[in-house]
Design a protein around this ligand. Structure first.
Ligand SMILES: [Fe+2]
Length: 342
């Protein structure tokens, strides 16, 4: 339960779990003609290399663990489904509800959630999760009618914490998985941050695609096209951290302060400001059954104090115990030790 009503000195950190890339699979009731598009290659992949790569029971185990924990909020950075089918969204919705109500969970789409042009046109992700894409009591019509134009949205899990959900997910041709955020989202993000009340101290940015370069072909066919523009705006809006999914292995790095001095002066929405390195954290897939080993299923927990991000602890599945156990005590060290070269 959130504990922000306590005096500052008595508060424990506000704790946010970051999970990602659940890839819930459910083909029930799907007619064969729905595979006569990009899903053809996706289905072949699922029957081959990715067969049982993300067992749904792991997502359910994780949901139960998070619901019963003392976590204050849960973030899911996309790819809740595989082929953006209605049956998968229905199953993914059940898992998200199992984690908790909309006030407890924030999520954004990944490229698999907009796998086809039809899924984009019908706003399938937004129709499924509209109440998780706005704050409690806010009008859901923007999510339902605007689809991709709904992003970025802002959520307020605590008085001093803001979560900004951006969408890098776009339908792509077969075998490609690149993403794009675009100028309109970045401009609106500036406006939303400029309108924050003064008590806000922490801004967590959520985007599905990674910012770092990957080795091999993935960097060409599955990257964020406008990662330079995106990263520049992260400094402008004084982001506390960027969380991403997409890479099923975890990743930690940072966007260096622009003058390469660790701390630099930059013009932000508040005028000239001290600028510092921005941690970028990918938690990896939280349901990954990699080549028959469940040991790569992971999630992170961010601990947020009154002034900022204090610690990031990673948890990894111990298949023998059937439980997620702490793996690394503080990933912030690792993130701040590794610069992301754009
Ligand atoms: Fe992805």
């Amino acid at each position: 339960m959130p504990n922000s009503s306590l005096p500052a000195s008595d508060r424990r950190p506000f704790r946010i779990a970051h999970i990602s890339d659940l890839h819930v699979l459910d083909l029930a009731g799907t007619k064969w003609h729905r595979f006569l598009n990009k899903r053809m290659t996706g289905a072949v992949n699922l029957a081959g290399m990715r067969r049982n790569a993300h067992p749904t029971y792991l997502a359910e185990l994780l949901a139960d663990r998070l619901r019963e924990s003392d976590i204050d909020h849960v973030i899911i950075t996309g790819d809740l489904t595989n082929l953006a089918l209605e049956s998968e969204f229905a199953r993914a919705r059940l898992i998200v509800e199992r984690i908790g109500p909309p006030a407890f969970v924030t999520l954004i789409p990944g490229n698999h959630d907009l796998y086809t042009r039809g899924s984009l046109r019908h706003h399938r992700f937004e129709h499924t999760f509209s109440d998780y894409l706005v704050d409690e009591g806010d009008d859901r019509r923007s999510a339902l009618t605007n689809g991709r134009l709904h992003y970025p949205f802002v959520r307020k899990p605590a008085p001093h914490v803001r979560l900004y959900g951006l969408s890098s997910a776009i339908p792509t041709p077969p075998l490609l998985a690149f993403g794009h955020v675009g100028k309109a989202q970045l401009e609106r993000l500036r406006q939303l941050v400029a309108a924050e009340p003064p008590e806000v101290r922490v801004r967590i940015m959520l985007v599905h695609h990674n910012l770092h370069h990957r080795v091999g072909i993935a960097d060409h066919v599955a990257s964020l096209f406008d990662r330079k523009a995106f990263s520049a705006v992260m400094h402008d809006v004084k982001a506390t951290a960027v969380l991403h999914g997409h890479t099923h292995n975890p990743h930690q790095g940072h966007l260096p302060a622009r003058l390469d001095a660790g701390v630099a002066i930059a013009v932000s929405v508040d005028g000239p400001q001290l600028q510092s390195d921005i941690p970028v954290l990918g938690c990896g897939s939280s349901t990954w059954n990699h080549r028959g080993s469940l040991e790569r299923a992971r999630f992170n927990v961010l601990e947020i104090g009154d002034e900022g991000l204090e610690r990031v602890v990673s948890y990894r599945l111990d298949a023998n115990q059937g439980a997620f156990l702490p793996e690394h005590d503080d990933l912030l060290d690792k993130a701040l030790g590794k610069r992301i070269d754009l």
